[in-house]
Design a binder for this molecule. Structure first.
Ligand code: ZN
Length: 189
């Protein structure tokens, strides 16, 4: 896939010394590549959604039957929470090396802080944070470049721009579920 400035600009760290906030940098052979700050941002948005999915009350899944309006993914359906959890976990497992996955599991899936991770995994603080950065960058890129259905952009109203058609917006859909229009009582035919 081609990464464009219009996409990376919104995700880049404004003070990044690598891309100066543009989100793109020149790689070898003069090819434009997404900056690591963009890849880490993508990972964190997806991770945030993952945490919301697994911690929401009683893990109640929302019905997600909205057709997408986006150009890139016409006529697909929104991922349900369970699907997002499964995809996030499986793609991470598949993408990371054994060593990386061990850190990922402790730190991101089980929520262990750096002190516990370094003690459990027998690595020093510097190596731990270096690995965490590498994991975030690797997964951020994979989540975006995944075919046919990337995990990012998120396809509902958790974060970022919604790709739903207005008539099928997730918010409107949720409103309809929470506040169904009851048949009016007292009217005579
Ligand atoms: Zn950058």
């Amino acid at each position: 896939m081609d990464w464009t400035r219009s996409e990376t600009l919104a995700l880049a760290m404004p003070q990044c010394t690598q891309c100066r906030g543009s989100g793109l940098r020149l790689a070898r052979k003069g090819v434009l590549t997404p900056c690591n700050c963009v890849l880490r941002c993508i990972f964190r948005i997806c991770y945030d959604r993952f945490v919301k999915c697994v911690t929401q009350e009683r893990h109640v899944s929302r019905i997600s039957l909205e057709p997408h309006a986006g150009r890139q993914r016409p006529n697909t359906w929104g991922r349900k929470d369970e699907e997002f959890i499964a995809d996030f976990s499986l793609v991470s497992r598949r993408t990371l090396s054994e060593d990386e996955y061990r850190i990922f599991r402790y730190h991101f899936l089980l929520g262990a802080d750096w002190k516990l991770c370094t003690r459990k995994l027998g690595i020093d603080r510097g190596n731990f944070f270096h690995s965490v950065y590498r994991i975030e960058q690797k997964l951020g890129r994979t989540f975006r470049e995944l075919t046919p259905y990337p995990l990012f952009p998120l396809d509902d109203d958790f974060h970022g721009p919604s790709r739903m058609a207005p008539a099928f917006s997730a918010t409107a859909h949720r409103e309809a579920v929470l506040h169904p229009r009851l048949p009016s009582i007292g009217k005579t035919a």
